[in-house]
Design a protein around this ligand. Sequence first.
Ligand code: NDP
Length: 434
Amino acid sequence: LRRNPGETEFHQAVREVLESIGPVLGKHPEYAESKIIERICEPERQIIFRVPWEDDQGEVHINRGFRVEFNSALGPYKGGLRFHPSVYLGIVKFLGFEQIFKNSLTGLPIGGGKGGSDFDPKGRSQREIMRFCQSFMTELYRHIGEYTDVPAGDIGVGGREVGYLFGQYKRITNRYESGVITGKGLSYGGAQVRTEATGYGCAFFVEEMLKARGTSFDGKRVVVSGSGNVAIYTTEKVQQLGGTVIACSDSSGYVVDEKGIDLDLLKQVKEVERLRVDVYAKRRGGEARFVAGRSIWEVPCEVAMPSATQNELTGRDAETLVRNGCVAVGEGANMPTMPEGIRVFREAGVAFGLGKAANAGGVATSALEMQQNASRDSWSFEFSERRLQEIMRDIHARCLKTADEYGMPGDYVAGANIDGFKRVADAMLSLGLI
Ligand code: NDP
């Protein structure tokens, strides 16, 4: 805490992992002897840089750029870039820290990192977004590469931004190094299913949790917060699996559509026109209603899938969900549930799929994109989706197995944290004191 003052989200993420791995440390004194915990909490490298850019009126703006290269014991640093005004070092470090264990859990050869900027893309023109991305990459390019650090998207960074970032990287370096960034468009080295992967993966994970309890999505009412990349593709897959997504949101409020979200309309409003969710409600006529400025978790449902941002689901929200009959929670976002919320869910026996496990499908599919780039190959949608589903099933099974092994049956938090930690810790031990 003294070393990282004011980085509250980072402290929260570290605390969650450390609380879970006590039993492992008891069984493996070698981790403590070589100070694995202290080493794993200290990023290998942190880069902070100035991002100057000019808006359409010619006014100059200065933003701050970040890339935290947290841990490369398992492979090149891998993790997204977030553009949001709330971004500061504590957010980037929490995301980078979580990424280490998530990436480990996928079983794929990727280390952990994260980056971004406090730039606010809202209300900016396409040309402003492009200029910002170009300026950002003009510094970032010297730190990344196929074998060193491979960024991707996150909040505020989707296919459009990845295109501008990759374009500038290519221009500066004169290298068509497709594997330097993932989430690319299909016409220039992107992979099938990457756009859908986090949401689809999260739905697959929840399906496994429900199956383990002898039930399924069939006929269940599902609430998905957010209406960005993760929320949209979570909704798509949940609908395909038989659930009814009845609500979604953005930072202005939430929409309830009792008959089920009209996905084509949602995509048109959010992906094509980049408008707010209240527009969705207006265009649905009397079918849907918009509720401004309140918590989406007051909408009764059997499955909750927080897919917007960190700390969006409080202890009180969790109590409301439990009271309303919620049986499963799958975190599409990173650390969306506050610690009191997690406690409420665990005590109530709700199946709780934490982000590290439930949303790992995005980064796993990014690693598959890297594989395809390295072999100059491209796989079909069906094959890629099957791989994603296998990976999510495997993560689910390993969480349960590890939780069992350590005497905490059904505890996905313990299972994911312990399994993710062990693989990284063992690799760090093998690599010596570095
Ligand atoms: P997008 O930018 O596509 O969408 C974010 C959504 O969340 C928007 O609807 C946004 O609403 C809402 N949101 C963001 N910040 C806030 C806030 N402070 N309060 C309320 N609502 C907010 O991002 P993604 O869908 O890509 O990411 C969503 C979450 O999923 C993040 O936690 C991210 O880290 C995580 N994640 C994403 C992965 C990916 O592959 N993209 C992979 C793994 C995890 P508004 O437009 O009003 O801001």
